[in-house]
Design a protein around this ligand. Structure first.
Ligand code: ATP
Ligand code: MG
Length: 292
């Protein structure tokens, strides 16, 4: 990947959480790129091509797993990003899981359980559309959700969200030591752009299905969500599990940054096709002779 694109990623990658603030991240930023349609499409195509090539090696090598976590306010473009960024990836080597409000079975377990069973196998990419981070975002904003989690009351203390963040950070460190490459994307959309996208969902018949009236009511909690995102990123950004705070007011730019970030992380693994040893090579020669 070209150096200048790697450099661009540095602007959005957060590996040290201390002091993190959303104030310094502009949802409308396009990294100085003009992003005319054709240019943006070419850039996205270039990074999805790298992604596709790297994924083939990841699968062949069967050692590393890649976990891509997507978090965002509604209408920030998670679904579109998943659709476009992974368009060139072999479906055999990737799996998307979307996490909604937990069901009864899930609530009968610890909060990480449903996410743990959905983790990607070695050699594959797991895409988690929402994740364990909902536990320190929506649950923090809507405290009453805790009451349904069947926790022993004595464990619901003032520190519960700090504890969850500690547990998530520890779990991600464990996973990284197990060969899971973790990339976390916060699609940072502005409140006004969200308003426009909601209106589009109402006006455009093919988008009506995406509109949930409850999502509008959720806008009154905007500040609380942002505070929860800041606390979450502060506690869980790490070199082995970076957050990318991706400007999300411009969909093309969002997708380009995400595709680049994943492609760069795969390139950094220095993946290669497994090499064949001498005895196996001799067997290949035998097989060729038999076929010929
Ligand atoms: P999305 O909103 O991600 O585009 P969707 O609209 O298809 O997806 P929803 O039915 O809105 O799906 O499900 C997502 C909702 O589930 C979100 O409001 C999210 O906050 C909520 N959710 C996810 N995980 C949890 C959790 N652990 N506890 C409570 N609510 C959760
Ligand atoms: Mg929704």
């Amino acid at each position: 990947m070209e150096k200048k694109f790697r450099k661009l990623l540095d602007r959005y990658r957060v590996t040290v959480g201390k002091g993190f603030s959303l104030q310094t991240h502009d949802p409308d930023d396009t990294g100085g790129l003009k992003l005319e349609r054709a240019e943006a499409e070419a850039l996205l195509a270039a990074s999805t091509a790298i992604l596709s090539e790297q994924q083939d090696k990841l699968y062949a090598q069967d050692r590393w797993a890649v976990l891509c976590i997507f978090q965002a306010m509604d209408a920030a473009g998670k679904d579109g990003a998943v659709k476009h960024v992974f368009s060139g990836v072999n479906p055999q080597g990737c799996h998307v899981e979307s996490f909604k409000a937990p069901n009864a079975l899930e609530l009968d377990h610890d909060f990480l359980w449903r996410h743990a069973v959905a983790l990607p196998r070695r050699g594959t990419i797991g895409i988690h559309n929402r994740s364990w981070y909902e536990e320190t975002l929506v649950v923090r904003v809507h405290h009453d959700l805790l009451a349904h989690q069947k926790l022993p009351p004595s464990l619901i203390t003032k520190r519960i969200f700090d504890e969850r963040l500690e547990d998530i950070a520890a779990y991600e460190r464990y996973l990284s030591r197990q060969g899971v490459v973790i990339l976390k994307f916060f699609l940072h959309v502005s409140k006004d752009e969200q308003r426009k996208r909601f209106l589009e969902r109402i006006e455009e018949p093919s988008k009506n299905w995406k509109f949930a009236p409850g999502d509008v009511a959720e806008r009154v909690h905007w500040k609380a969500y942002h505070a929860a995102y800041e606390a979450t990123i502060r506690a869980t950004a790490a070199p082995h599990a970076p957050w990318y705070v991706v400007p999300a007011d411009n969909k093309r730019f969002t997708r380009m940054i995400i595709a680049n970030a994943i492609a760069a992380a795969l390139e950094d693994l220095d993946l290669h096709y497994p090499e064949i040893d001498e005895p196996t090579r001799a067997k290949l020669a035998e097989a060729r002779a038999a076929l010929e």
